[in-house]
Write a protein that binds this ligand. Structure first.
Ligand SMILES: [Zn+2]
Length: 592
């Protein structure tokens, strides 16, 4: 596990002091089941518990979705935390003191460069803003904005700017300010010329600086004033600008969002300006990118009441339907405001419909209801097949909801719309398989279940009898594994044992990547000690024999194929050598 922040000793101390049973119990109701504890998996939706925790080994595994790991991996997944955050959280919980973070030189350089990038954006923003508000050249921009109804106080608050239709405006200004132009180019403010030198990226445009929640400028959006393409030019992604994470206007909106305990999510720059200008300051905009889980998590920090305000057309309806599963997975009961067909918030509000807008906002529709309505409208409810489709698609969406109680209520609502008893839907095939998101997970488990038995037993031996790891490794059998996933697991266990002289299962879980970790945790819960019925020595010998036999059979099959090809060809394709090899193989096979 990548860990630039804490010493290995600290991480070990925290892992040893914390109890996975207590941590998981914050999220899952666990019941004792033999050596393990069992509950409903928090990572996928299920009706019968397949999520297991082993207190002795301090690990968990879900037999439904295949997730597994130790206390850190659980907390990272369940609480959406990074590794350092999970470490900090557990340290706090168990009263362990952490040394203050000392950034590495590389981290320091990274931070310093980011500071410079923010500064360059600030310089550019001031330059554009000054042009728009104080210079004669800015007249074109001022006229355009007043035509679009933007008031001066909005221009000030959102620091709007104007880039004249020239090639060397910003470049000249940045040179004067002694800015490193390669950095400005990284930010997409200027472009390199073919024969050396630079030119302005934004020309003849209104500039919208995009702020992060700390008030730093991460990028710009530029609206073309005259005719041409593209209508909007946006800063590219950079080390300081990640489109899926930034919401336009949040910095200006956040206190209103908290005050009103609600946020409206619009799409465009001018929608946002119109909303703020008309007193709906609790609004942000996604700026062309689809809503992301990161956006939702960011907004959830300020309020639980998220309301979409997308265009009232086909595209807007699609955007609503696309965002619904994200809201459900984040346990947000989002609503949607609908405007008259074909109108966006900017247009609607500019026509003086502020009161009507308020009325529509108060009547915002729960997105899940909108989805159900949409389902009913788009399927033939007079036919059984149509009803089946509605039930399936509806259950698929409901399956995204992590909380079982909430899921049940939505199921009830769907049953009412279909005019069938809820038990009708309970008998439907497990809803979690209908979503494409869960499909991926199901197939992953299936793949793991078809693992070669002997190789799996060897890994089991390594897990249950770590003291045998050196012996197992010396036989060279690990190199002969057929299954790459099991080979990775075995290699990881071997390396860990060699490094530490022991094997701490929970620790091992923290130092491997996802597929290996999930596989190991599954083996630990599923497989009893392979040597329980005999000595490890005996089991190992049997496994090695069976693995080698299988490998010989594979080799032989391949060789035969090559021989056939050589025979079918013009001869001289090394047929003799191949036949010799075959003889040798046959001799080896007899040895078993
Ligand atoms: Zn699961």
């Amino acid at each position: 596990m990548a860990n630039g922040f804490f010493s290995e000793d600290k991480v070990s101390e925290i892992r040893e002091r914390s109890n996975i049973l207590e941590v998981v119990s914050d999220y899952v109701t666990l019941k004792k089941a033999g050596k393990n504890h069992r509950g409903l998996c928090p990572f996928h939706s299920e009706k019968t518990p397949s999520f297991m925790v082993n207190e002795e080994k301090q690990i968990f595994h879900c037999f439904g979705c295949g997730a597994g790991g130790n206390v850190f991996t659980f907390l990272m997944k369940a609480g959406n935390l990074t590794f350092p955050q999970a470490v900090e959280e557990l340290a706090k919980r168990y009263g362990i003191r952490l040394p203050s973070r000392e950034p590495s030189p590389a981290q320091k350089r990274e931070v310093e460069k980011k500071e410079v990038l923010f500064q360059i954006n600030r310089i550019a923003c001031d330059y554009f803003h000054d042009l728009l508000t104080r210079r004669r050249e800015g007249e074109i921009g001022r006229r355009y904005l007043s035509q679009r109804g933007a008031k001066d106080e909005m221009i000030e608050e959102h620091r709007l700017g104007y880039a004249p239709d020239a090639w060397n405006g910003l470049v000249g200004h940045l040179q004067e300010k002694k800015v490193r132009l390669e950095f400005a180019s990284e930010l997409g403010l200027i472009f390199p010329k073919k024969k050396g030198g630079w030119y302005d990226a934004f020309r003849g445009r209104i500039l919208f600086p995009i702020f992060d929640v700390h008030g730093r400028i991460v990028g710009f959006g530029g609206r073309l004033i005259g005719q041409g393409e593209p209508k909007y030019l946006n800063s590219p992604e950079s080390t300081i600008y990640h489109k899926g994470e930034i919401l336009y206007g949040l910095q200006a909106a956040k206190s209103s969002i908290q005050e009103k305990d609600s946020v409206m999510i619009a799409e465009g720059y001018f929608d946002l300006l119109a909303l703020h200008q008309n007193g709906f300051k609790q609004s942000v905009a996604t700026l062309g990118t689809a809503l992301t889980p990161h956006h939702i998590r960011t907004l959830k920090r300020y309020t639980k009441n998220l309301v979409t305000l997308f265009d009232s057309d086909e595209a807007g309806a699609k955007a609503n339907l696309r965002s619904l599963p994200l809201f459900l997975e984040e346990e947000v009961a989002a609503k949607a405001i609908f405007l008259p067909k074909g109108q966006d918030p900017d247009e609607f509000l500019r026509k003086g419909n502020s009161k009507e807008f308020e009325r529509r906002a108060a009547g915002a529709v729960p997105l899940i209801d909108f989805f159900f309505e949409w389902l009913l409208k788009n399927h033939d409810m007079k036919s059984i097949e149509g009803k089946v489709k509605v039930a399936q698609e509806g259950l698929g969406m409901i399956g995204r909801i992590p909380n079982p109680i909430r899921r049940n209520f939505y199921k009830k609502a769907l049953a009412e719309r279909l005019n069938v008893p809820q038990s009708f839907l309970d008998e439907a095939p497990s809803s979690r398989k209908t979503g494409s998101f869960e499909e991926g997970k199901a197939s992953k488990t299936e793949v793991l279940e078809r693992l070669p038995r002997s190789e799996e037993m060897v890994v089991g031996l390594m897990l249950h009898h770590p003291e045998w790891i050196p012996t197992i490794s010396e036989t060279g059998i690990l190199q002969e594994f057929e299954n790459p996933a099991l080979k990775r697991m075995a290699d990881v266990l071997k390396d860990l044992f060699e490094k530490k002289g022991k094997l701490d299962i929970s620790e091992a879980m923290g130092s491997v990547d996802d597929p290996v970790r999930d596989g190991l945790s599954r083996l630990l819960f599923q497989q009893s000690d392979p040597a329980a019925a005999g000595s490890p020595e005996r089991i190992l010998k049997d496994c090695i024999q069976s693995i080698r036999k299988k490998k010989l059979r594979r080799d032989e099959g391949e060789l035969l194929k090559k021989i056939r090809e050589a025979e079918g060809g013009q001869g001289g394709n090394g047929l003799d050598a191949l036949l010799m090899k075959r003889q040798e193989l046959a001799r080896k096979t007899k040895g078993f």
